[in-house]
Write a protein that binds this ligand. Sequence first.
Ligand code: FMN
Length: 184
Amino acid sequence: MKIIGILGSAREGGSTRYLIEEVMKEPKAKGAETKIYNLGKMDIRCCLGCGVCRKKERDCVRKDDMRLLYEEMKTADAIIIGTPIYMGEMTGQLKTFIDRCFALKDAQSKPLIPAGKKLAVVITQGAPMPDHYIKTPDRIEYIFKGLGFIPIGRITAVSVHNTEELLQNKDVLEQARELGKQLL
Ligand SMILES: Cc1cc2nc3c(=O)[nH]c(=O)nc-3n(C[C@H](O)[C@H](O)[C@H](O)COP(=O)(O)O)c2cc1C
């Protein structure tokens, strides 16, 4: 089994990476192949809106690190998408990645990747209200459902400004490990 993590925080030692790793813990112990991609450290440029990717048997014209992620999404059994909330939304690098996922459908808007892959969503935020930014995980699930993924769960870590604060929230760490079991 292969699980990829899409990390929407450029902060390497941050809470979002920690939580994605926590979700991956059980699958990894059971032999799953896991890998986390930090979007902020990759060369992923904006969608040009040219529409070439939706033309018959044409790929995205941008030859950057999305080429690797397109292949990874095609071959993975599950994907974990994690983002901190920045200025009330997912981070810019995650949105750019999602825009580029436009190329994962054909001219008839039919997904080009096999259906049935599992999706887990991880949100971290400074604000204490769990549903305050609920549109962010809703939107991520909606987009990936359209690509044939099956959302199996989400977690939101609230009142988090650094990993030390996250580690004090035992409930959310437990939720992350439970979410990991659902990926198997
Ligand atoms: C530029 C920036 C903007 C932020 N905007 C918000 C926000 O609008 N709402 C919120 O609840 N937290 C906000 N935060 C806090 C982060 O979402 C929170 O600390 C998160 O856990 C950081 O994740 P990381 O450690 O993986 O980078 C912001 C943090 C930064 C650096």
